[in-house]
Design a protein around this ligand. Structure first.
Ligand SMILES: Nc1nc2c(ncn2[C@@H]2O[C@H](COP(=O)(O)O[C@H]3[C@@H](O)[C@H](n4cnc5c(=O)[nH]c(N)nc54)O[C@@H]3COP(=O)(O)O)[C@@H](O)[C@H]2O)c(=O)[nH]1
Length: 702
């Protein structure tokens, strides 16, 4: 880059100032000298003129008398005049009448041409040493002769020399004065300018805005500039501070989770990349520990978001406390936390051991009671661990592995730690495959609904349960237990649920148009029910299909009810207003809380088939079933016994007071066409109870 040498402005000003002063003083000195020379010259001419003017009338007489003695006498009085070296008087013919000269000097005689010229007029001339003056001497008779004077210029020269010496000394002294003055002015200018330059460097290079340049009290342009600069620095400082704090906020937003202050996904990813490079170099293993709080949604929904946030903060504080400084704790969102553990050891088994002990420490710490807003709350995490080394470096891959391990921990009963294993990946791939094929099946309308009759007493069909069926070209009929839980992991269940509801309502409306009115229950998954606009979606389906909503029963599991009870009650109330009724599915397998039964508009309990299956062999199950039936009866709630397969089971259930049944003993789930044939046509305004023929076991199948 072309870098021009630095030239100080003040030095240039100083140079200019001194040079200008030197030139001005020189010119002034020369002018004074010239004036002095001209004055001296004029004075000499004047003196010579005066001299000749005084003497020429007498000289004219003396010349007329041609008396050198008289001439001498006349002139000697004037000869004492300073600088006058010689007086010569010539006759008309050019001969010398008298000469008065300093004896010690040998003076040159005047040039004849000069004398000749001065016969006519007054003449004078200057040479280096001499001033010559000549004048014709006249009377009224005419020209009598000439007087010629020689003056020494030594006096003038001396004077000039004196002036020169004096002038040069004065000049040099003045220059020195000017130089010193200029230096002082320069210092006065340079100091603040240098301060400004230093300050500017501090600001531009070192971003140091905490400066203040000294401001002199004297008001000058520079002092104004400095005070302006100081004001500007204060402003810049203020802006820089604001900028810094904004930057901090932005950085905080960009790299940190706003709620807990832990690293966010971006920062975690960056640190991970750094640690993978280090792991490659140091040949060390590291780990990603992925954790999700068990049933956090329930806490959040039932106790409110401020309690939920407080728990998340408390959990993040526990995580921080349980890990090393070099580890990165992060929150990915919701109740999902990740800890990056670098440098866990150089072999896989010691790294696994170390990762496990950190994860266990974190798990135990989180599981201890949290005091939030005066309550003692318990939360537990499910934790998955994925190890990494320099070779295994894809962040998304690792997060996915740790996530899969965490899911396994959930499946295994929660509140535990699981390592990622290759099979988990296979399961995940399988799940993904199912999900993709299921989406395609919905799109291409390959699904259908089967109906399993609901029977009262020994054989009256009083309704049916709608059960989704997926015939897959390659694999035959895929069991809902194989794909519903997968769909429930994502929003796919919402799409699937809406499809089933629409199809069931369409079918019911079609039956109704044929005079076959049947109560049909539809399984609603928790995720589906929890959609904010679930009620509106149902309303839309009911309106668009024209189905009788009072013939619809929604089968909910306790999972639905575990969330915010007020919200659930509100939704159920709004759906009840449409005419929809509710039954509680799989009763006995979950919390089986009487609380729900009291608080929510539940019309029916469905005893889970796992109890029914063993009532004839397991006295515990028999007792549970009997208790559920008695309790429901006392609460005036209908009870359906599911999975009735044997006559003996039916007999026991009837003995306990159960009146509604569902199971292979009566019928397997059947296609819609077959179901329609079981519902005899009736008056449309009346929901029927259809007398089922004495059913041979397993007569109706998919
Ligand atoms: N959210 C939704 N879930 C659905 C839907 N369709 C089905 N499902 C759920 O899938 C699970 C498995 O269902 P499926 O394989 O259809 O099994 C049902 C019956 O076939 C079976 N059953 C009925 N009687 C008997 C019997 O006597 N023995 C026996 N071994 N099995 C029997 O029980 C299943 C019905 O159970 P439930 O729903 O609890 O009443 C199942 O959990 C379905 O809920 C859907 O559309 N949405």
């Amino acid at each position: 880059m072309d870098q021009k040498p630095f030239v100080s402005v003040t030095r240039r000003l100083h140079g200019l100032f001194v040079t200008s002063a030197a030139v001005v003083l020189l010119i002034t000195g020369l002018v004074v000298l010239c004036v002095e020379l001209v004055t001296s010259r004029n004075q000499l001419i004047e003196r010579a003129g005066l001299f000749t003017g005084l003497t020429s009338p007498h000289l004219a007489n003396v010349l007329a008398l041609d008396s050198p003695i008289l001439a001498h006498k006349l002139l000697e009085n004037y000869f004492s005049e300073p600088d006058l070296l010689g007086i010569y008087v010539y006759r008309n013919d050019g001969s010398l009448l008298v000469e008065l000269s300093k004896p010690e000097l040998t003076l040159p005689l005047p040039e004849p041409s000069f004398l000749l010229r001065s016969q006519l007029e007054v003449s004078h001339s200057f040479s280096f040493d001499l001033f010559e003056y000549s004048m014709p001497v006249r009377t009224n008779r005419g020209l009598e002769g000439q007087i010629y004077l020689q003056y020494s210029l030594a006096g003038v020269k001396q004077k000039v020399l004196f002036y020169l010496l004096f002038g040069v000394s004065l000049y040099l002294l003045s220059l020195l004065g000017v130089y010193l003055l200029s230096k002082r002015i320069q210092a006065g200018l340079t100091e603040p300018i240098d301060q400004l330059l230093d300050a500017m460097e501090q600001v531009s290079v070192h971003q140091n805005y905490d400066l203040k340049i000294y401001e002199s009290r004297k008001k000058t342009e520079l002092s104004s500039l400095i005070s302006g600069f100081n004001r500007m620095l204060v402003e810049i400082n203020k802006n820089a501070r604001e900028l810094k704090s904004h930057q901090k906020v932005i950085e905080q937003h960009v790299y940190f989770d706003p709620l807990t202050g832990l690293a966010n996904r971006r920062l975690l990813m960056q640190n991970m990349e750094r640690e993978v490079v280090r792991a490659r170099r140091t040949k060390q293993f590291g780990a990603l520990v992925y954790m999700d709080l068990d049933h956090f949604k329930t806490i959040n929904d039932s106790l409110g978001h401020s309690v939920g946030d407080a728990i998340l903060n408390s959990v993040s504080a526990r995580i921080r406390k349980a890990i090393r400084q070099a580890d990165t704790p992060a929150r990915l969102g919701g109740d999902e936390f990740v800890v990056l553990l670098p440098e866990l050891g150089q072999n896989e088994s010691s790294a696994s051991h170390n990762a496990l002990s950190v994860a266990e420490k974190v798990r135990q710490s989180i599981s201890e009671v949290h005091s939030i807003e005066g309550r003692s709350l318990h939360v537990t995490p499910s934790i998955g661990i994925a190890l990494f080394d320099g070779a295994n470096d894809q962040f998304e891959n690792l997060i996915m592995q740790a996530d899969l391990a965490m899911y396994r921990a959930k499946e295994e009963g929660r509140n535990q730690v699981q390592f990622f294993l290759e099979q988990m990946q296979e399961h995940a791939d399988h799940r993904q495959q199912i999900e993709e094929r299921l989406r395609e099946a919905i799109e291409k309308d390959r699904l259908y609904v089967s109906y399993q009759p609901l029977v009262r007493g020994a054989g009256k069909i009083v309704g049916a349960e709608a059960l989704l069926r997926w015939p897959d070209g390659e694999n035959g009929l895929i069991n809902p237990s194989a794909f519903i839980p997968i769909a429930e992991m994502t929003d796919l269940i919402c799409c699937l649920g809406n499809w089933v509801l629409t199809e069931v309502c369409r079918q019911m409306a079609e039956w109704e148009a044929q005079g076959r009115v049947l109560v049909v229950s539809v399984n609603i998954s928790p995720r589906e029910f929890q959609q904010e606009n679930f009620v509106e979606q149902v309303q839309e389906v009911v309106i668009s299909t024209g189905v009788r909503a009072d013939c619809l029963v929604f089968e909910l599991t306790e999972g639905v009810l575990l969330t915010n009870v007020d919200k659930v009650r509100n939704k159920m109330r709004r759906l009840s207003e449409l005419g929809i009724r509710f039954s509680l599915d799989d009763f006995g397998t979950g919390y089986s809380s009487l609380q729900y039964l009291k608080q929510l508009p539940i019309n029916t309990l469905k005893i889970d088939q796992s109890f029914v299956r063993d009532i004839t062999t397991d006295s515990n199950d028999a007792a549970i079933v009997a208790t559920i039936i008695a309790m429901a009866r006392s609460l005036d709630i209908d009870v359906v016994a599911e999975g009735v397969e044997k006559k003996e089971e039916l007999a026991y259930l009837i003995k306990c007071g159960c009146t509604l049944f569902q199971g292979f003993y009566f019928s397997r789930p059947v296609r819609a066409k077959r179901m329609a044939s079981l519902i005899p046509s009736k008056q449309q305004d009346q929901v029927c109870e259809v007398q089922i023929q004495t059913l041979p076991t397993h007569q109706f199948t998919d």
